[in-house]
Design a protein around this ligand. Structure first.
Ligand SMILES: [Zn+2]
Length: 288
């Protein structure tokens, strides 16, 4: 940690926050502005129930660099009626929506009965496949059932395990399903050697970064309400684990995010200037 920290003379590579909850931030507008100033190219804001999914879609409609996911969190699975799932399906097809979730299984909190969690997770796996969207997975203390559901249903083409907390062994199983693995601020925590061991075992081309704002602020902001601008600390920690430059980690994780969510945007591999050139043109996602 005593290595050189001086950055290059040019602007740093863009980074992407693949998972946050903008509607839970006190000052979402300010957070978006600060993220832009910090070189965050795109932000994906995530729905956890019908109301927050609708808020995510509204936010994406307001900001050209913001995208939405729509989903029913395992905590809310008890409200996953047929009517709610049908509503979710109609939301999943709206402009700006790039993913289904977060969905999955949480046997730590068990805020919803496990049978409901499994049923609503299965329904969203199927929805992601029908709608051609990325599946955003939250799983806690439920690895076996999570993998069993994905293996039985067949995983969607694009899926991500958000806020990775699993073992290296689970990581290999997720990779075998074609999954991308998303790391949050926990990768910067002093006591999170296990998370870093997973990151070390996963190829860089399968890794993306997230903040999960307003939760899990990375070091050196730990304990404060998190925001998308701080995703760069996650990328820096990943670079250290992988033994690559921050620039390389930024480019790789941004490109992986673009592919994961099928963002209708130019590659960031050529540098941020290519992407910003298109800021006045249609985003493509509104075309049929
Ligand atoms: Zn989340």
């Amino acid at each position: 940690m005593t290595g050189e920290t001086a950055g290059p003379a040019s602007a740093p590579s863009a980074v992407v926050d693949t998972h946050c909850h903008l509607d839970m931030l006190e000052d979402a507008g300010g957070a978006v502005a600060r993220a832009r100033a910090a070189g965050v190219a795109w932000v994906v804001t995530v729905g956890v129930d019908i109301a927050s999914s609708e808020r995510a879609i509204e936010a994406a409609a307001r900001h050209p660099d913001l995208y939405a996911t729509v989903g029913l969190h395992p905590h809310d699975a008890k409200n996953g009626t047929e009517e709610a799932l049908a509503h979710l399906e109609s939301l999943a097809r709206l402009p700006g929506v790039v993913g289904v979730g977060e969905t999955g299984l949480d046997y730590h909190y068990d805020n919803s009965p496990r049978a409901d969690q499994r049923r609503v997770f299965r329904a969203q796996v199927r929805l992601a496949k029908r709608a051609g969207k990325a599946l955003v997975i939250h799983t806690r203390e439920a690895w076996e059932d999570t993998f069993a559901t994905l293996e039985t249903e067949g995983p969607p083409e694009r899926l991500v395990f958000h806020c990775w907390s699993g073992s290296e062994e689970s990581a290999l199983r997720a990779l075998a399903l074609g999954a991308t693995i998303s790391f949050s601020g926990t990768v910067t925590f002093k006591n999170a050697a296990g998370v870093r061991a997973s990151a070390a075992a996963i190829p860089l081309e399968r890794i993306v970064a997230e903040t999960d704002s307003p939760f899990l602020a990375p070091v050196p902001h730990r304990g404060r309400p998190n925001e998308p601008a701080w995703v760069r600390h996650v990328v820096e920690a990943l670079a250290a684990v992988k033994g690559v430059s921050t620039e390389e980690a930024a480019r790789a994780t941004s490109e992986n995010a673009r592919r994961l969510f099928g963002l209708p945007l130019p590659s960031l591999l050529g540098g941020l200037s290519d992407a910003s050139d298109t800021s006045d043109s249609p985003r493509g996602r509104t075309s049929p």
